[in-house]
Design a protein. Sequence first.
Length: 345
Amino acid sequence: MADTKLISVIVPCYNEQEVLPMFYAEITKISKQMTDKHPELTFEYVFIDDGSKDKTLSGLRELANQDSRVRYISFSRNFGKEAGIYAGLSNAKGDYCVVMDADLQHPPKFLPIMYEAVASGEYDCATTRRVSRDGESPVRSFFARLFYKIMNKISQTEIVDGAQDFRFMSRQMVDAVLSMSEYNRFSKGIFSWVGFRVKYLEYENVERAAGTTAWSFWGLFRYSIEGIIGFSTFPLSIPVMAGAVSCLISLLFLLIEAFADKMSGALTAVIFLLLFLGGLILISIGVLGMYLSKTYLEVKHRPIYLARETEKDAYKFAKPVESIDVAINDADDAENDEDTSDSEE
Ligand code: UDP
Ligand code: MG
């Protein structure tokens, strides 16, 4: 048999108690199909419990006690999906790693195709790209499109519209992603920044299998600002350009003042200019502040996540199973047998 190849399936979970059993059923089904076809394949499932407040963690403990392929890392609090992806990738042992959502919006049926693409050596990464945003509110779609437009204009790193965090990667690419150890993580940018050959598989949007999305509109807004600040320095140059333009305008005013006998509405012009320049200065300081705050967090070198429990602790929560009862009963019987043999002597 050829060398075994391990595939690590990394699944960030936040309050996913409802979908977890469905996801586990699906992923084990696909794994079986894949191992039947390629006997050299083995799997590990690395679940990240991102400080869930529901029964996700107890579900994971149960799975880990039943199935040795199940591993998990439970965070000390909610650190966000990005931290979950990082924790999963840095703890995965696989020759290949695939990151996917727990809610089945990243259909496991793509895994065999992704594996073929990457294992062939032609690609280092296979990912899906949504070609429709069906099931998403029009407002959200509009802002998402706007974000991709702006982002791709002002950043050197291309962020493909509709590209997702559902990524099947070679070990080489995983190591490259991990070498970017920044605190402010924006995976879509990181995956693109490292380069490598990426195969895009197109598919129609699927709705969540159960539960609700953890993303609010403002959450997404903050996330897109994170993306822009993380992968573009263009906003820093806006104040410079605006400053240059306002200097030119003020020179123009000076010229008009010098050549015209008297300016009409001079007071209005002064008030307008004061407010306008004041606004520009405040915006510029704000932009500087945003970059400075990210730099501040970055230089602190805080850990990206903190784990409080892993699958190695799962046994502590194992329910007493029948086999343990049987073992105890057997031991008792053996003692009784010894007793009887003693008495016979
Ligand atoms: N998730 C996470 N931490 C969070 C929010 C979400 O690990 O703070 C996980 C979530 O459990 C899911 C994936 O990230 O597996 C995508 O989240 P969700 O489905 O809520 O986002 P959407 O699909 O709406 O973008
Ligand atoms: Mg989802």
